[in-house]
Design a protein around this ligand. Structure first.
Ligand code: EPU
Length: 434
């Protein structure tokens, strides 16, 4: 068991390099199943979820080698290591249930496997406890492409006789995971697939860019209508992962909360347009540079209202960090969550630190707290954990954040990078009791 010990009162000052995005690289890894040969991914973040996804692929017959040496491009790209995936002709079979339950993103192997092998067996996935997170949109879409999908003993089984068939699919909600799964299934289907009300997240555009380099025919990448003309086969390629906008946004919020000044190298302002606009409204100074952007805060932030929505709306994955920001901002703010149904679980922990907040359905009202005071709190998911660390940076005394394996799922070198920015934070390993 590991925890982070944070002593509040320091400002974040300096530079930080943004790695490739967790929510992109995991799908790029799944896409490697679509072609035999060597896929090389760069700007790969050194995070737990990549390790688990690599194990999922290994279980499906791939050979995965990881080169963790951190490459930080000078021109503004994302930082990270390199991952080589050697995919044999006959990769496939059943994805390991224990691994799949550890990360929800592993459901992304469903589309590629059914498209390339005609059968996919994937245990019902796990991931963060932030909502009910159904899979009906994935299943409905695959069914429209001609797959028969059943649940057998807790395992989702998708089968097709022969090739999948292109179809017109309208998503009930612009689900990120369903859009990705369906694009990856459609690239090898016979004929044309149109996916309407598709999710538009930059990570999906990144996946489409890699698939296109592999030989896929995809129109409308990054828009809400994707048109995919199926091809007979794809080739493995090398691809650089897009920068992690949520990690970049987390440091931006941290800079404002601590009255700091941070150059976020590799951060893509165009992927954070609403977020940065909101932070400016809250009092941040944001300067765009060729190799990223700089965020500085000089006074107590002002309260802002925030409503989460699918991209290009305000990202749900920055909601906990913004609630932490609101806890120390002057005034009262109304925060509305529209994507997940239990993201506010973490408010209890923030309240333990002294935050003045009240939840009601999918809203939370946050009033300025007299002060936050350090104590022991628990990370319930990756973003909640990051938000508690930010709160610890501005709390009086010492904050201990437990269950940090959640944070390790999505933030590479978090402690080291925060320390380099001046934070007083250490990782402590509890000794096992015999
Ligand atoms: N939903 C359904 N049915 C479905 C699919 C989704 O009802 O078949 C619902 C979900 O229950 C949820 C909403 O739709 O309420 C959004 O789900 P979506 O499918 O868009 O999200 P996801 O693919 O499961 C990814 C990210 C999340 C991020 C969301 C939204 C990965 C691995 N995860 O999840 O990231 O919050 O998109 O942007 O890409 C995180 O990184 O902390 C994280 C949770």
């Amino acid at each position: 068991m590991e925890r982070f010990v944070v002593t509040g009162g320091t400002r974040l000052i300096g530079e930080v390099a943004v790695p490739g995005a967790k929510n992109s690289v995991l799908k790029l890894m799944a896409a490697s199943l679509l072609a035999p040969g060597r896929t090389v991914l760069t700007a790969v973040p050194d995070i737990l979820d990549v390790t688990v996804m690599a194990d999922v692929l290994t279980g499906l017959g791939a050979t995965v080698s990881r080169h963790r040496e951190w490459e930080t491009p000078s021109g503004g790209g994302a930082a990270g290591g390199r991952l080589c995936i050697d995919m044999p002709e006959d990769a496939g079979g059943a994805a390991d249930g224990d691994l799949v339950r550890r990360i929800r993103a592993s459901v992304a192997v469903l589309g590629p496997l059914v498209a390339r092998r005609g059968e996919a067996r994937v245990a019902l996935p796990g991931g963060d406890a932030i909502g009910s997170r159904a899979l009906d949109i994935h299943v409905n879409g695959l069914t429209q492409l001609g797959a028969v999908v059943d649940v057998e003993d807790g395992v989702l089984v998708a089968r097709t006789d022969g090739r999948l068939q292109g179809a017109s699919i309208w998503l009930d909600f612009p689900s990120v995971g369903a859009t990705e799964n369906l694009v990856m299934a459609a690239v090898l289907a016979k004929g044309t697939t149109v996916i309407d009300n598709a999710a538009r997240e930059p990570e999906i555009a990144d996946l489409c860019a890699m698939l296109t380099a592999m030989g896929a025919q995809i129109g409308g990448a990054g828009s809400s209508t994707l048109v995919v003309d199926g091809v007979d086969g794809l080739s493995a390629v090398e691809h650089e992962t897009v920068a992690d906008r949520i990690v970049a946004g987390t440091y931006a919020v941290g800079a404002l909360m601590t009255g700091g000044d941070v150059l976020i190298r590799g951060g893509r302002v165009e992927h954070l347009a609403i977020v940065l606009e909101k932070l400016v409204e809250a009092g941040a100074q944001v300067d765009v540079r060729g190799d990223g952007f700089r965020v500085a805060g000089s006074q107590r932030p002002r309260s802002i209202d925030v409503v989460t929505l699918p991209y290009p709306g305000f990202p749900t994955d920055l909601l906990p960090q913004v609630i932490a920001l609101e806890a120390i901002s002057s005034g009262t703010s109304l925060i509305t969550e529209n994507v997940f149904d239990s993201r506010f679980v973490f408010c209890r922990e923030l309240h333990t630190l002294g935050a003045d907040l009240r939840t009601d359905g999918h809203h939370v009202i946050v009033r300025q707290a007299a002060r936050l005071t350090g104590t022991r709190v628990m990370a319930s998911d990756v973003r909640a954990g990051a938000a508690l660390v930010l709160a610890g940076l501005v709390a009086d005394g010492v904050t201990e954040v437990t269950e940090v394996h959640h944070i390790d799922r999505g933030y590479a070198h978090f402690v080291e990078d925060l320390r380099a920015l001046g934070a007083d934070i250490t990782r402590v390993r509890d000794r096992a009791v015999a």
